[in-house]
Write a protein that binds this ligand. Structure first.
Ligand code: TLP
Length: 346
């Protein structure tokens, strides 16, 4: 059975061009700074997002962890959304390994944090409190349905950070999806942040890797922190080679994923027993709800899997479908017919 996997864009397999690039990659020891392919990827990434320097890391989780460790010391505090990936899904790494205290403020449905909420969360200088050091944003926002934060909003938060002597980090795991959805150069979304981490291994379809970008000093310190967490890699050009192809060939096709997500969401809205907020579908992520008591989201996901459609259940009534490289409009049509069939049968 040909399985359609919409659980995440992390399931993407490398393109033939990536496999070819991996095969022919020129390699060296990256801990000595001698892997030419890694160096090339890091230069490309920095230029792409308009920062001085970049650092290849293993994953988005490591990108955020190393960035936060670089901005903050033990006992410092970060302000981030209560639905932030870093808060919910990164195993509490910043607290566990960095002794960094998370201070959450509510994420609005559009993925933003209200500027007045951030401001109210900044600690006054008082011996009782941790020291606020960093604000973290996420763009696109995963748990907020792939919502794209605008350059104007990012600039507003950056202005607050600057006024209050704080740094601003952006979890840009899917920053290119945001740029495509907003039809802006990605630099507009990264210009005002001190650091950004973005993933090569999600919508850009590389098998492994994320990149942290920031100032030269920041990246030099981040390199040391990457070593601390065991992320110093040797012939990492194997990974970087696919990352270069990802940056060169995968950004221009992201619109197709957004179109497929929209097509999927529109049809889901017409299936009895399911509901979706179409206004929230901006990029490649579609959250939708089961409106009947039975089956619950998990049961429905299991039934779909047995029919060859994988969708993630993310709550008692909630499901998530993510479009990506390797999923065509025809796959979406087939997914919809499986979904409609299964919903009709229950
Ligand atoms: N997200 C994954 C899961 O962990 C939920 C997914 O399938 O969406 N930031 C954001 C916004 C992310 O969505 C993710 C991955 C990460 C960071 C972490 O990236 P990895 O998986 O490379 O550590």
């Amino acid at each position: 059975m040909n399985v359609i996997d919409l659980r995440s864009d992390t399931v993407t397999l490398p393109s033939p061009q990536m496999r070819e690039a991996i095969h022919h990659a020129e390699l060296g020891d990256d801990v000595f700074g001698e892997d030419p392919t890694v160096n090339r990827l890091e230069e490309m990434a920095a230029v792409r997002v308009g920062k001085e320097a970049a650092l290849l890391v293993v994953s988005g989780t490591m990108g955020n962890l190393v960035s936060v460790l670089t901005h903050c010391g033990r006992g410092d505090e970060i302000i981030l959304g209560d639905l932030a990936h870093t808060f919910i899904y990164e195993a509490g790494g910043t607290a566990a390994l960095g002794g960094i205290h998370p201070h959450t403020v509510p994420n609005q449905p559009d993925g933003t944090l209200r500027v007045q909420d951030i401001e109210a969360a900044i600690r006054p200088d008082n011996v009782h409190f941790p020291r606020t050091r960093l604000i973290c944003l996420e763009n696109t926002h995963n748990r907020c349905g792939g919502a794209a934060l605008t350059p104007e909003y990012t600039a507003q938060v950056a202005g607050l950070a600057r006024r209050r002597g704080l740094a601003l980090h952006l979890d840009g795991a899917r920053i290119f999806n945001a740029a495509v959805a907003l039809n802006v150069d990605v630099k507009e979304l990264t210009r005002d942040v001190d650091s950004v981490s973005f993933c090569l291994s999600k919508g850009l379809a590389a098998p492994v890797g994320s990149v942290i970008c920031g100032s030269k000093d920041f990246v030099a310190q981040a390199r040391r922190n990457r070593k601390i967490v065991g992320g110093g890699m040797r012939q990492a050009g194997i990974i970087a080679a696919a990352g270069i192809v990802a940056l060169e060939t995968m950004i221009d096709r992201i619109q197709e994923d957004h179109d497929n997500a929209r097509r999927f969401a529109r049809a889901v809205a017409g299936i009895a027993g399911l509901s979706v907020d179409l206004g929230r579908v901006q990029t490649n992520i579609v959250y939708f709800d089961v409106t009947r008591e039975r089956p619950c989201a998990e049961e429905l996901a299991k039934k779909l899997t047995s029919r060859g459609l994988k969708i993630l259940s993310t709550g008692p009534n909630r499901l998530r479908a993510v479009t990506h490289y390797g999923i065509s409009a025809q796959d979406i049509d087939r997914a919809l017919s499986i979904l409609a069939d299964v919903c009709r049968a229950v």
